[in-house]
Design a protein. Structure first.
Length: 617
């Protein structure tokens, strides 16, 4: 067998990189390699169509080992276990406790209690945590920032009363004043002096973290991956510096910080993101000269994004969150929350929460993602992405530090301005279908109705911009503009009917009819496709008989010169007339009075808004 293997390898000579490039140039037949095959990412670097071993010769990440500084390959050596987390909004402690005990029997091993402005007391904590073994499952708590100190005292007293081994208590107590500034626009710096006091209160609970960095807020506001990474690092460093300056030991300070990060739909880049950000955080903490390398570990709770979730065709949210969960799991996060698919329009139901739990359990218990540490290591592509993301995120981190640190940047509004600009750009890209949302701006479900679903309005923003101390982030989902348009159409007295007048060249008319149906269905119009008509008069008559409000002529560019004007004139204003495409004869058609054209270069959202206005919607 060994002889056969040796013979096999001697018979095939590995092509060089240049030979691959030469072959690609031939196959492109003169097309520009850079334009056709090189991916220009939003993260500030290019991605090549292929990578080889020599592309990694200068990188340090392939030499790293799992569980060792700088932890690019994860915090563990022998497994990839993560906590399956579900959050519970607490309005009644007894009911929250009942729900927690129920889901702990269904695969969850991490609970996040959102306490809000609850009236805290020893009785409240005992009721909430009754029969929950804090030394067996991870439990995190999020209360009003002003009550964080009281909550810490109550938890310490409860843990001591129950006789738990403090070394085994895993979880978190959420304290993040900067998040409140970003969300509500309210200056919360007066709460920062509580941070070192909180750390001191919880110093005997080594696995209970209390200083949080909620960069998932940036993700859910549309931030690109590098923006979330760079700002998360600066955010964490702001807290770490303040703790050390307050006299907290560097090891203790670093061990009390936890990161909450989002997961976008960019599968391989998200794997690389978590690898890169762990490495960079380890390097940052190392500068504070901790005594123990374990203090440099970055503990991350990852949450699937809400930014790309949709109200219409909401089951597609399951596809998005599943690939997001897979990338975070493969990257070795500490814990994970899968956002239920119905979160954009309702309080998640028991069904949607069960599905969200099972999405993690499937990749853990059936696909065994929990058994292999950092399977992406050594992949030329993922190693390149890890290095490239690290470089770009580090540039952003240094920029923030040069400007006075993260808190100063938030007070000046530069962070919010940067993220809000990205959000606006992504909404614009979605409007032009440069960024796809399946079921919303691309391939919508033609017959779907909202059935009373309305987007949930977040109540976490400042009431009025004039009341804000600093600018706030805008967290509008990318699909929100199209959803508002479609809901307006659905509420109209009559849902517009768009009729495809297909004529001429068979291939072109079918392709353009399909394109037009998808285009107009994004607004919730009823679309009627057809096999084809012999004359434009026959097509117009059929359209009017079908009650069409819009007639879309679908043919080839050359044939529009023959068919478009006669069809427009025969229709004679009895419905809106639209040409599918941007033919060379467009100026002649416009001169004849034809105003409406839909094609790949259109701003889909603005075009449909204009049509709604013309139709009186």
């Amino acid at each position: 067998m060994s002889n056969n293997k040796e013979k096999l390898f001697t018979e095939f000579q590995a092509p060089t990189k240049q030979e691959w490039l030469d072959k690609i140039e031939v196959d492109l037949k003169g097309a520009d390699f850079q334009k056709r095959l090189v991916w220009r990412t939003n993260e500030g670097f290019n991605v090549q169509p292929f990578y080889r071993r020599e592309d990694l010769k200068d990188l340090k990440t392939p030499d790293a080992l799992p569980g060792e500084f700088p932890f690019v390959r994860g915090n563990k050596k022998d497994n990839n276990e993560w906590y399956v987390r579900q959050n519970i909004v607490v309005t009644d402690p007894a009911e929250a406790n009942k729900k927690a005990l129920d889901i702990l029997m269904k695969g969850v091993d991490s609970i996040g209690f959102k306490l809000g402005h609850a009236e805290l007391s020893a009785e409240f904590i005992e009721t909430l945590l009754k029969d929950i073994r804090l030394d067996c499952v991870e439990v995190s708590y999020r209360a009003c920032l002003r009550h964080a100190m009281q909550l810490a005292d109550l938890l310490v007293a409860y843990i001591e009363k129950m006789g738990y081994d403090k070394e085994k208590i895993v979880g978190g107590l959420g304290f993040d004043p900067i998040e409140r500034m970003l969300m509500k626009g309210k200056d919360s710096t007066m709460l920062l002096p509580d941070m070192p006091k909180l750390v001191e209160k919880l110093k005997d609970l080594p696995q209970l973290r209390c200083v949080m960095v909620h960069s998932d807020l940036l993700n859910n506001s549309g931030a690109y991956i590098v923006q979330e990474m760079g700002y998360a690092l600066a955010w964490g460093n702001e807290y770490l510096q303040q703790l050390v300056d307050a006299g907290i030991d560097a090891d203790l300070a670093a061990s009390k910080i936890k990161f909450y990060m989002g997961i976008s739909e960019n599968y391989f880049m998200e794997i690389a993101k978590f690898r890169a950000v762990r490495m960079l955080w380890a390097q940052i903490v190392k500068q504070y000269e901790p005594k123990n390398d374990d203090s440099c570990k970055m503990i991350i709770n990852a949450s699937t994004s809400t930014y790309n979730q949709t109200l219409f065709d909401s089951y597609v949210n399951l596809l998005r969150s599943q690939t997001e969960a897979m990338s975070a799991a493969l990257a070795g996060v500490h814990s994970m929350v899968v956002t239920p698919f119905d979160a954009p329009y309702e309080k998640p139901t028991d069904f949607s929460e069960r599905i969200a739990r099972n999405q993690q359990l499937i990749i853990k218990e059936e696909s065994h993602f929990d058994r292999i540490v950092d399977p992406g290591a050594g992949s030329y592509y993922i190693e390149h992405l890890t290095d490239a993301l690290a470089q770009e995120a580090w540039k952003l981190f240094l920029k923030v530090e040069d400007e006075g640190g993260f808190l100063a940047a938030v007070k000046a509004g530069t962070v919010q301005e940067d993220i809000n600009a990205t959000n606006a750009k992504r909404h614009g890209d979605a409007a032009k279908r440069k960024e796809f949302l399946l079921g919303t701006n691309q391939f919508p479900n033609f017959t779907e109705k909202s059935e009373g679903k309305e987007p949930l309005v977040c109540d976490c923003k400042a009431t009025h911009a004039d009341d804000a101390d600093v600018p706030a982030l805008k967290t509008s989902r990318m699909a929100s503009d199209f959803e508002a348009l479609r809901l307006a159409t659905e509420k109209a007295e009559k849902v517009p009917v768009a009729f495809m007048l297909t004529i001429g060249n068979l291939a072109m008319r079918q392709a353009r009819a399909q394109f037009s149906c998808n285009f107009l269905a994004c607004a919730g119009y009823k679309v009627i496709d057809n096999l084809g008509f012999k004359t434009v008069e026959e097509g117009v008559d059929a359209a009017l008989e079908a009650g069409a409000d819009i007639v879309v002529i679908c043919s080839s560019d050359d044939e529009y010169a023959e068919y478009a004007i006669p069809a427009f004139q025969y229709l004679n204003g009895r419905a809106m007339f639209v040409v599918a495409g941007a033919p060379a004869c467009m100026e002649d058609l416009k001169a004849a009075g034809i105003e409406n054209y839909i094609h790949v270069r259109c701003n889909v959202l603005e075009t449909l808004k204009e049509y709604n206005q013309k139709l009186g919607i």
